[in-house]
Design a protein around this ligand. Structure first.
Ligand SMILES: Cc1ncc(COP(=O)(O)O)c(C=O)c1O
Length: 372
């Protein structure tokens, strides 16, 4: 089945007693079992599993062409579970502009879990190969990256990971499975913050790990989720499943709008640079063309005039909302260094933009008046 068809139907087994077309939400925290804890319905307690959560996991595995998926309370919880599934003593190689929550985990938590981490420019395969050590068990890629929109060559990274005996996990939050399929390119797992495009409406928090194989790491991550408890709630799972149904057409419009906006901004005299992999000037454009079917709805703009120039533009926006997060129907804009706080490596004149589903002309006009 084609991707669009799968997103509409995957995980949608119908209840043959009620014949609902839309799935029900199973809120029960506990499930009747046999006297020796036999599970006639397959479930026993909500922290371990529940039917609505399973339906979302089944849908995500189907659309990524994976053997299994686990859904979590947030994207950060999903990523933390993958890291906690690694053996003590592991070295993890992160991108130098990894999402700041994972940078925090690398700095503050991995040492407590007897693991080490280092960072590298993931867009440079030679540097990645040189940065692996005999202890490297995991290469962590994020492409496009947040917020610099760097592109990592996934097939190349998968080859390095294979040679090093390491896993490759890809944070595919910006691209979504609609535009990029890391498992087909050799990755072991894909991470999604389902809070973003998969939910798609800025009204639900969640995360997912999608595994090429139901291997040992899958089992360990499932154990982490069950025992540490960062499991996706039934209502949240249901909302993400509903979001998934429209993912393919939303990503088409997000991508078209972002390309139109990026092209207009690149020609604007008040703009120093636009980071968007769909622009031929982007250093990762050729790789992005190869591994993405479109370039997504995220871009970053470096405004002339430094931090003040960026904040001035942000304060003059009429349509774009100054807010963090991304992937909803409405366009959002964020002075990323302010959100990341002290020690942020993000350039001070950078505005991160989540391009929504409005008409591109209105979005371009809003930037024009703000930059005037
Ligand atoms: C690329 C990326 N990965 C992971 C996360 C974390 O997801 P969550 O906020 O759902 O924990 C985010 C959040 O912004 C993100 O942008």
């Amino acid at each position: 089945m084609k991707f669009e068809t799968l997103t509409v139907h995957a995980g949608g087994g119908r209840d043959r007693t009620t014949f609902d077309v839309a799935p029900p939400i199973h809120l029960s925290t506990t499930f009747e079992h046999g006297p020796a804890a036999e599970r006639p319905g397959g479930h026993i307690y909500i922290r371990e599993s529940n039917p609505t959560q399973d339906q979302l996991a089944e849908a995500l595995a189907a659309i990524e062409g994976a053997e299994g998926a686990l859904v979590f309370a947030s994207g950060l919880a999903a990523g933390a579970a993958y890291l906690q599934a690694m053996p003590p003593g592991s070295h993890v190689l992160f991108p130098d502009d990894v999402y700041y929550g994972f940078r925090h985990i690398a700095d503050e938590f991995l040492p407590r879990w007897s693991m080490t981490a280092s960072t590298v420019d993931m867009s440079d395969l030679a540097r990645v190969a040189a940065a692996t050590t005999p202890a490297t068990r995991l290469i962590w890629a994020e492409t496009p990256s947040n917020p610099l929109m760097k592109i990592a060559d996934l097939a190349g990274l998968a080859e390095i990971a294979r040679r090093s005996g390491a896993k490759l996990v890809v944070d595919g939050t910006f691209a979504t499975p609609a535009l990029q399929r890391p498992l087909d390119l050799g990755a072991d797992a894909v991470l999604h913050s389902t809070t973003k495009y998969l939910g798609g409406h800025s009204d639900v928090q969640g995360g997912a790990l999608v595994f090429r194989k139901r291997d040992d790491t899958f089992e360990k991550a499932e154990e982490v989720r069950y025992i540490l408890g960062a499991v996706a709630a039934p209502f949240n799972s249901w909302l993400v499943l509903r979001g998934l149904r429209t993912l393919a057409c939303r990503m088409e419009r997000h991508s078209a709008n972002a390309l139109a906006l990026a092209t207009a901004l690149e020609a604007h005299p008040a703009v120093e640079a636009v980071h968007f992999p769909g622009l031929p000037s982007h250093p990762g454009h050729a790789i992005a063309r190869r591994q993405m079917s479109a370039f997504g709805g995220m871009l970053s703009v470096r405004v002339r005039g430094g931090r003040d120039g960026a904040l001035r533009a942000a304060s003059r926006m009429k349509l774009f909302v100054n807010a963090t997060s991304l992937g909803g129907t409405e366009s959002l804009l964020e002075h990323r260094a302010s959100s990341e706080g002290a020690g942020s490596p993000t350039p001070p004149n950078l505005l991160r933009v989540s391009v929504g589903l409005e008409h591109a002309d209105d979005l371009i006009e809003d930037f024009r008046q703000a930059l005037a």
